[in-house]
Design a protein around this ligand. Structure first.
Ligand SMILES: [Zn+2]
Length: 550
């Protein structure tokens, strides 16, 4: 008893004399940098390989690993969905980001994936700041890092696109910052911060977007060396100015004068700007230099804008990737300097890929075609008018899905199951439609297993249309006039769903190339395993053991 009292009495001293840890501290990287290149196809690694320098994309191949067959396993292949999937390790069926713009099926309310009317813009007065991860229903690997270290780890996320900054940042981040096109400033919302940090105010004051848009966008090398692309002037591209030719050089000052800050998104300078901001965040937040494992999420969006405008076969796209390669090399050199070579881990992937231009493919005899949701929707309404005497039983077609109008169906005492069968029958006959699937009966659909899996993984009943349209492999949604300029994405096919996945740095086995198929959902659990933290709460992916050091 005396001993016990003595022990209790001396408790505080005893406790204080216990060393903080019994042995060596758990080794972890100082910083994880997640990079998402919007619309980057896996084959761009090799299409432009000869023209990349040693320090950018190729550095992953020499010092790290490229997972050569990384596939998206959900529909639709869009930006918000991809970013949510990369960071949660799960698909829309669980994380709920069913599309960039989805419909609340019960009410018909249209929702933008990161819209949040309950938060205030920070650093801006515009609606561009009313954004948050509220609609993201699962935790992210960045959330889990925060929780796993009792919030000692910092998570910062930057991008031009709001959704590409917010969804990677997750719910518990220290900051997510995105571009406000109306002011040329990077902003946030009250979800994350009460005011912009000093380093970001300083960055905004420099007005880098304006500075980066001085002079001309010229090809980095002599135009005739762009042999990975078509000749510069083709009918497959959308010019910056109506009636002019879609060619380089482009007068950026004129663009800025006529179109304002928004145009930086559509130039390689937009990627430069994003990576400059990433550096400012590392310096301002002391990321990777504080004795905790920090996380910086960077998403380069300009590749997507350039891709949509010019397509994968354009000189402009090739030049954008060559310039991005240089920007990445400079960024990695900065990380070596500030955090230390081998002290940080980087992964690089894409939110989705993109198809070759339809007219370009047509000109080379490939089987392609357009699918206009507006026109198909009109066909359905005409058929509904003839059969039911009313057109309001559907709300429309979006994300290759038919959205039903449940209020009208109920009010008209319509048999919903019969209606669905009719809609599916009408659509099945429509040009370039391969399959039409009742989302609630995918088990009955005679479709390839891989397509079925993607449909199921993409279906979140409260936010997805009940009927899924699968178009033929070379086909894409177009506007009513059948605009075949540039490119698009959103389907299950490899041109949209085969993405790059590269790792290098701390804890990564430099195996070069991994050939077995892995999935977008495997990224988050791989990073969680590397960091020895819990995987995100909706995770369905599996860690990729081959890329991790023992
Ligand atoms: Zn896009």
């Amino acid at each position: 008893m005396l001993l016990l009292l003595l022990l209790l009495g001396a408790g505080e001293v005893l406790y204080a004399s216990i060393p903080q840890s019994a042995g060596k501290a758990l080794p972890r990287p100082k910083l994880v940098v997640g990079i998402v290149i919007d619309q980057m196809r896996w084959d761009y690694l090799y299409r432009y390989y000869d023209r990349y320098g040693e320090g950018g994309f190729r550095r992953f191949l020499s010092e790290g690993v490229s997972c050569e067959n990384t596939m998206i396993t959900h529909l639709p292949a869009y930006t918000g969905v991809g970013h949510a999937t990369i960071y949660t390790g799960t698909t829309p069926a669980v994380h709920g980001i069913a599309a960039n713009d989805f419909t609340i099926q019960k009410t018909g309310e249209a929702v933008y994936c990161v819209d949040d009317g309950t938060v205030e813009p920070i650093g801006s007065t515009s609606a561009a700041g009313r954004m948050s991860p509220r609609n993201l229903l699962a935790s992210t690997v960045t959330d889990e890092l925060r929780i796993g270290t009792q919030f000692r780890s910092k998570v910062i996320s930057v991008s031009l696109k709001d959704r590409a900054a917010i969804l990677p940042a997750g719910h518990a981040a220290n900051g997510a910052y995105w571009f406000d096109s109306s002011t040329g400033r990077f902003i946030s919302s009250s979800w994350y911060v009460e005011k912009l940090p000093g380093w970001l105010e300083d960055f905004n004051k420099q007005d880098r977007p304006r500075a980066l848009m001085q002079g001309k966008w010229e090809t980095l090398y002599a135009p005739e060396t762009y042999t990975a692309s078509t000749p510069d002037d083709t009918p497959y591209e959308t010019p910056f100015f109506r009636g002019e030719r879609p060619v380089l050089p482009v007068d950026m000052e004129r663009l800025f004068k006529e179109k304002g800050y928004d145009i930086v998104k559509s130039l390689p300078a937009g990627n430069t700007l994003t990576l400059e901001l990433a550096r400012a965040a590392i310096a301002g937040e002391q990321l990777g230099q504080r004795g905790a494992t920090d996380f910086l999420a960077v998403s380069c969006s300009s590749t997507d804008y350039v891709g949509h405008q010019f397509g994968p076969d354009a000189v402009e796209t090739e030049d954008t990737y060559l310039r991005l390669d240089r920007d990445l090399a400079a960024f990695f050199a900065y990380l070596d300097q500030t955090v230390g070579k081998g002290q940080y881990t980087v992964f690089l992937t894409a939110d989705h890929a993109g198809t070759n231009n339809l007219s370009f493919q047509q000109d080379h005899k490939l089987p392609v075609g357009g699918f206009s949701p507006a026109r198909a929707g009109k066909m359905l309404r005409d058929s509904l008018q003839a059969r039911y005497g009313r057109t309001d039983l559907i709300r429309g077609i979006s994300n290759y899905q038919v959205v039903l109008n449940y209020d009208a169906i109920r009010a008209g005492k319509i048999n919903k199951e019969r209606l669905k069968r009719q809609l599916i029958g009408w659509l099945a006959d429509y040009p370039h439609v391969a399959y039409v699937v009742d989302q609630t009966r995918t088990a009955d659909a005679s479709i390839p297993e891989v397509v079925r899996e993607k449909i199921r993984n993409g279906y979140y009943p409260k936010r997805s249309g009940e009927i899924q349209i699968i178009v033929e492999p070379g086909c894409f949604d177009t506007n009513e006039e059948g605009n075949y300029k540039g490119t698009s994405h959103g389907t299950w096919n490899p041109q949209d769903s085969h993405i790059p996945l590269l790792f290098m740095g701390w804890g990564i086995e430099p195996v070069g190339r991994l050939f077995r198929e892995v999935h977008m959902t495997d990224i988050a659990p791989t990073i969680a395993t590397l960091l020895r933290i819990q995987m995100p709460n909706g995770c369905i992916g599996q860690a990729i053991p081959e890329v991790l050091k023992q």
